[in-house]
Design a binder for this molecule. Structure first.
Ligand code: CMP
Length: 140
């Protein structure tokens, strides 16, 4: 295992219910270090660009509407095997399938309002981190 970074987004359902501290505590307890973090309200164009890989999926329009329905918290997580570790802590995309004790099992409202996003590979993490943060904003 190597120390790596991943992009995490705490979604509008999490900010609306004031859950960002509880979610961050779980990330930190799992050995992930928050080396960059900012709260922002995505524009429609920003949400569409971030999720462009899903543009042909039937849920794309609703997903972009949801992601612009309130503030999000974008963050860079650093740690051993951070991409996989974060996905393990989040649990399955659909909270109905998420394991007990995971963020999505305990907090998510639906497959769309599933509280958190995490990069799915180291390659995508680099692209997604660069979408939100400049190098100067990441302090390890
Ligand atoms: P996320 O990890 O942010 O990546 C894309 C998001 O699309 C996903 O989490 C879900 O919140 C959302 N989504 C909505 N419907 C679906 C679906 N049927 N399959 C996968 N993702 C979905």
């Amino acid at each position: 295992m190597a120390v790596e970074r991943t992009l995490s987004i705490l979604k509008p359902d999490a900010t609306r219910r004031n859950l960002t501290g509880q979610i961050n505590a779980r990330l930190e307890a799992a050995g992930l270090r928050i080396v960059a973090q900012k709260r922002l309200w995505l524009t429609r164009a920003q949400a569409e660009a971030f999720y462009a890989v899903h543009a042909q999926r039937p849920f794309y329009n609703d997903l972009c509407t949801f992601m612009t329905s309130g503030p999000v918290v974008a963050q860079v997580l650093e740690g051993e095997d951070a991409v996989t570790r974060n996905r393990d802590v989040m649990g399955a995309t659909n909270p109905a399938n998420a394991a007990a004790g995971t963020i999505r099992k305990d907090f998510a409202e639906s497959i769309e309002a599933n509280s958190a996003h995490g990069s799915d590979s180291a390659e995508n993490a680099a692209v997604e981190i660069a979408f939100f943060f400049s190098g100067l904003e990441i302090v390890g």
